[in-house]
Design a protein around this ligand. Structure first.
Ligand code: FES
Length: 676
């Protein structure tokens, strides 16, 4: 790629083709004010505050939309440029209310900052006030469009990044404004209250509700959202050691300036008065606050007593898919080296193990194979048993962007209607629990119609003949009867799938939490191998994670059958390596899974448990039975932020830190490890 050289403020600088004057100026350390520009949005040149002068032609041009060209002579600070920028900012201020003193955007207002940087205070233009009713009925967003400067960041964010398109311009000229279809209130529109528009609005036109008048925040902490497996980067704004607001970390390549409603507004729990702040011990059925020394002393004595009386395997540790990698690493090491048992598991057991088995047996991976970016390189995305717009919004955004902006096809398999249905080229709605038959039926159509990638199969797939002959009964007619999906639609789906490359498959709990989840995951991987899509840039398996660190907790060895890094307990060399490193003798044999721990407790084999950041009394099947079993344990320690239903059953409760109060790392569903 040939560099393009221009003269910028008298200095020669070079950039890459496709760069704008603004890009190159910023890369060269030259500051140009902007209002409507945002790195993750297509530039539209709406506000004109970024104008620069081309000294050869004398033209003033918006630098954010002007590509660099060889020989340009650009001046970013000439008197004409400065005068024009001042006029532009005065025009904006002439129709902006004089409410800065009471506007909570305060020092975060970019309009005010740009004006004061230019020395514009007094506006000697005729005032043209915008009249707008403040909209504040919904619980999250307050809109005061009298402060709108028509930069369209909110509209573009909603359309280009989130893919929702809940707002667009309404009206022309002075009455023009961003509005929903029919100018309905946000709560009656398609808006999901993801808060992305709030984060991008440069003025006080769109603000977060309920977090107003907190004064200027003093610290901003870059961290990672803890609500789902996407791993969005967030910036927490802090004042007086209290979390005031969260906004997307625009430098995080995963979420690119977006968040969802939970990531934007779901942080009240951090300062909740109901947080546990002191260890508690249960005496005569009542919980009493005690010191850490006393609580840990009781824990140590009781675990020691049970271990000596009933053996180490009468103890079990249940780690958390919400805790950090480091915490899970320590927990499994504590279980193995201190308690002496492999009875250790984490909360992702209920939804992750199907992927671990199904993917390992087919393609030799245990989790998502490609990066989230790969979704947008796909020609076709198959979403099975998942509702990403709700459970993993970032994945939902990527899917919608792929369909809307890259012409990808979307194939949905889900018994339930989801918001993605309106984006899908084909939606198959099989009877619940019949996905495996449907996927096998699609595989048979691909084989019978010779739509498979023979070269790929010949070069890298073993057992194809046996697989193909095992599908003999899965004719479209038979599968149609089993699943309730018309046989023509099964064929249509198979053809769509086979003719696209690369293909991405996104699946979730609707697949992994069925009894045949591992077989369904394997069937999905088989489809990719039949068509040769595996390993392609942009094609792959995307296993959605319900919690923020389900993948990391398992990677760290918080599992009964694997040491950290999926080193098998049966691998003598791996075991010896860890024994040397940890200076302890590791217990023999595979431990109990989380579900087996409950069964073991019911049978009296497990007598003591340490549960960290999980609430099986609510989240496990047969929850009342689980509660009874946990209550019957000789000794139960629960560590959590709140007095959960499980914590109420504990003999000792230990308070836990939230993600906003500790350090460590989370691993998101696509394997990105990020610092918390
Ligand atoms: Fe360039 Fe608005 S920042 S026109």
């Amino acid at each position: 790629m040939e560099a393009i050289t221009i003269t910028l403020n008298g200095r020669e600088v070079s950039g890459r083709p496709g760069m704008t004057v603004l890009d190159l100026a910023r890369e060269s350390g030259v500051d140009i004010p902007t209002l409507c520009h945002y790195p993750h949005l297509e530039p539209i040149g709406a506000c004109r505050i970024c104008i620069v002068e081309d000294e050869r032609s004398g033209a003033l041009m918006a630098s954010c939309v002007t590509p660099i060209a060889p020989g340009m002579v650009i001046n970013t600070e000439s008197p004409r440029v400065q005068e024009s920028r001042k006029t532009i900012i005065k025009l904006m201020l002439a129709s902006h209310p004089d409410s800065c003193l009471v506007c909570d955007k305060g020092n975060r207002c970019q309009l005010r900052k740009v004006a004061s940087d230019m020395g514009v205070g007094f506006v000697d233009f005729q005032r043209i006030p915008q009249m707008a009713v403040i909209e504040e009925v919904n619980p999250f967003i307050e809109r005061d469009l009298s402060k709108c400067i028509l930069c369209a960041k909110c509209i573009r964010a909603c359309q280009e990044l989130v893919g929702e398109g809940a707002i667009d311009y309404l009206g022309r000229g002075f009455i023009s404004k961003p509005a929903t279809l029919g100018d309905l209130p946000l709560e009656n529109s398609e808006c999901t209250f993801c808060g992305t528009c709030v984060a991008l609005c440069p003025t006080g036109a769109i603000m977060e509700k309920g977090r107003t008048y907190t004064g200027t925040t003093t610290t901003t902490v870059r961290t990672v959202c803890s609500f789902c497996g996407c791993g969005c980067g967030i910036s927490l704004e802090v004042k007086d050691n209290r979390l005031v607001r969260a906004r997307p970390d625009e430098d995080n390549p995963l979420n690119r300036g977006t968040l969802c409603v939970r990531g934007s507004y779901g942080y009240d729990f951090v300062h909740s008065p109901e947080r546990l702040t002191s260890p508690m011990v249960k005496r005569n059925g009542n919980l009493e606050a005690v010191s850490w020394e006393e609580a840990l002393g009781v824990v140590a004595d009781e675990f020691k007593r049970i271990k000596e009386t009933h053996g180490p395997n009468s103890l079990a540790v249940f780690g958390s898919s919400k805790c950090t990698n480091e915490e899970n690493y320590l927990l499994q090491r504590f279980a193995r080296c201190v308690l002496g048992t492999n009875n250790v598991d984490n909360g992702s057991r209920l939804y992750n193990s199907a992927s671990h088995v199904g993917l390992w047996e087919t393609i030799g991976c245990r989790d998502t194979t490609n990066s989230i970016d790969g979704l947008e390189q796909s020609q076709l995305i198959l979403v099975v048993g998942a509702n990403p717009t709700s459970s993993a919004p970032l994945v939902g955004y990527a899917i919608k962007r792929a369909v809307k902006r890259k012409d990808a096809k979307l194939l949905l398999i889900n018994p339930q209607w989801t918001k993605l249905v309106s984006w899908a080229h084909l939606w198959l709605s099989p009877r619940a629990g019949t996905d495996l038959a449907l996927l096998n039926g699609m595989a048979k159509v691909i084989i019978d119609e010779e739509l498979l990638d023979k070269e790929f199969i010949a070069s890298g797939v073993s057992g194809f003949e046996a697989f193909a002959s095992g599908l003999s009964e899965y004719t479209p007619e038979y599968v149609g009867k089993v699943t309730g999906v018309p046989s023509e639609e099964i064929c249509q789906a198979a053809r769509l799938f086979a003719k696209a490359n690369p293909v991405s498959i996104v699946y979730g709990n609707g697949i992994t939490q069925y009894v045949n989840g591992a077989s369904s995951v394997a069937a999905l991987a088989n489809l990719l191998m039949l068509t040769g899509s595996i390993g392609d840039e942009g094609g792959g398996m995307y296993a959605l994670q319900r919690e923020n660190n389900g993948r990391g907790a398992s990677d760290m060895g918080s599992l009964p059958d694997f040491l950290p890094g999926y080193q098998s307990l049966d691998d003598a060399q791996a075991k010896m390596n860890f024994e040397t490193r940890w200076d302890c003798q590791l217990p023999m044999g595979v431990g109990l899974t989380a579900l087996e721990m409950i069964a073991g407790a019911k049978e009296g084999k497990v007598r003591g448990m340490y549960i960290v950041g999980e609430n099986p009394s609510v989240s496990f099947p047969h929850s009342s039975l689980v509660s009874q079993v946990l209550e019957s344990l000789d000794f139960l320690v629960v560590q959590d932020m709140f007095l959960t239903d499980t914590a109420k059953l504990a003999n000792i409760i230990l308070p836990a830190s939230s993600f906003a109060e500790k350090e460590g790392t989370f691993t998101n569903f696509d394997g990105t490890v990020q610092r918390v």
